[in-house]
Every structure is written in C-alpha cells, then in structure tokens.
Design a protein around this ligand. Structure first.
Ligand SMILES: O=C(O)CCC(=O)C(=O)O
Ligand SMILES: [Fe+2]
Length: 204
C-alpha cells in the first residue's frame, strides 16, 4: 500500500514477533531511559524517547541533532538484531542503520507534521515500525502545505519512507489509547531505523 510515496507493509510482524521486540526494547530502555525532549523553543514534546545504535537523536534548547551518547552520558545500547533483520527484509537498502529512535506515545501524545532531515544523507530510507496502540499517520508531499493522506497504523505495521518520498512531511495526529493489549499499560511505541551518519549511498 502506498501513501503519497510512503510504502506501508500492514502486518509485517506477527504477534509473537511484536512481543519479542517489546522485550528487546525493554532492555534498550533500561540501559538508556526514555526522556522527554524539549524543542529549541523550550516546549516539551508529547512523546518520550530514547535511541539505540552508534548515534541517537536528541532535541533540546540547542536544537535537533544526533549524538553519540544518551543525555545521561551513557553510550546508546546496540540496535537489537531483530530490528536489523527487519531492515534487511523491508528497507531495500544494503547499508545497515546506525540509529534506532524509540518514541513512546502515552495517552494524548502526538507528533506534528515534519520532515526527517537531520541525517547526513537522504539517499537512505527511514523504516518505521508501529507497536501497541493504533495511530493516525498523516503523510503529505515534500513541500509544506501540500495535500495529505492519512491511514490508521496498527501494531506490527511498517512504513518505509524513502526514494522520492524520503523528505515527505509526516506526523501522528492521534492514537487510540488502549486499543492494543501488546503493552500492559497501553500506549504506542514507534521505532524508526535510519542511516544517520553516512554521508552518501554508494553508487548502485
Ligand atoms: O510515530 C510515528 O509513526 C512517526 C515517528 C516519526 O515521524 C519520527 O520519529 O520522526
Ligand atoms: Fe519523522
């Protein structure tokens, strides 16, 4: 399924694979706890986040960027093998991801329309996995203000943001809190895999 050039793979992971991944992510979060990032304008984002991989995405009063360590100073834990395998299966990209962002959406959390553009190159796709509660995903064009299309993502769905749509505006309007029982307390986890630190794709 295609949403303004973003490829959606519904049900890419079955329930057992989702549960195994949640266990992997619990290990990541115990090593690198979720934090509540602030935007450069000093507003708290409604999602909590952390990362795995050589680099992790952070946002604070100094702006958005990738950093080699968690705000506490500890190195980010490695990207779980199960996620590297998902990248190999669905990203259509020979370069492995060097960063894995984990966003946690509690009740009422959302993410405004934005482009993912903090990476060194836009030649590599972004792979986005949904776990837990359903979420309304909106995708526009590569210019702000373009026409948008929306789809409800459910647990186990994967979206690949790449090619001509790599810089498409996208966001999460809302979630249906408690719609999934994957996480005992409810909520949604979004995992995005990216190649952040490599400056260009090798010629193919
Ligand atoms: O939660 C989602 O599905 C999207 C997350 C996202 O766009 C991002 O982390 O850049
Ligand atoms: Fe994004």
């Amino acid at each position: 399924m295609d949403l303004n050039g973003v490829t959606i793979h519904p049900g890419a992971l079955d329930h057992a694979a989702q549960e195994a991944l949640v266990a992997d992510l619990r290990d990541v979060v115990s090593a690198a706890p979720l934090f509540h990032p602030e935007t450069s304008r000093g507003r708290k984002m409604s999602v909590r986040m952390t990362s795995a991989g050589a680099l992790g995405w952070v946002s604070d009063r100094r702006g958005y960027r990738y950093e080699p360590a968690h705000p506490s100073g500890v190195a980010w834990p490695p990207i779980p093998d199960r996620l590297l395998a998902l990248w190999d299966r669905l990203a259509d990209c020979a370069t492995p991801p060097d960063t894995c962002l984990i966003n946690f959406y509690g009740e009422g959390a959302r993410m405004g329309l934005h482009q993912d553009r903090d990476e060194a190159s836009f030649d590599f796709p972004v792979l986005s996995l949904s776990l837990g509660d359903d979420a309304l995903f909106r995708v526009g064009g590569t210019e702000r203000g373009g026409r948008t299309k929306s789809v409800w993502l459910s647990s186990g769905d994967v979206a690949v943001i790449g090619g001509d749509a790599r810089l498409a505006y996208h966001g999460i309007d809302r979630t249906r809190f408690g719609s999934s029982s994957l996480l005992p307390q409810g909520g949604r986890i979004n995992v995005t895999l990216r190649v952040a630190g490599v400056s260009a794709a090798p010629p193919s």
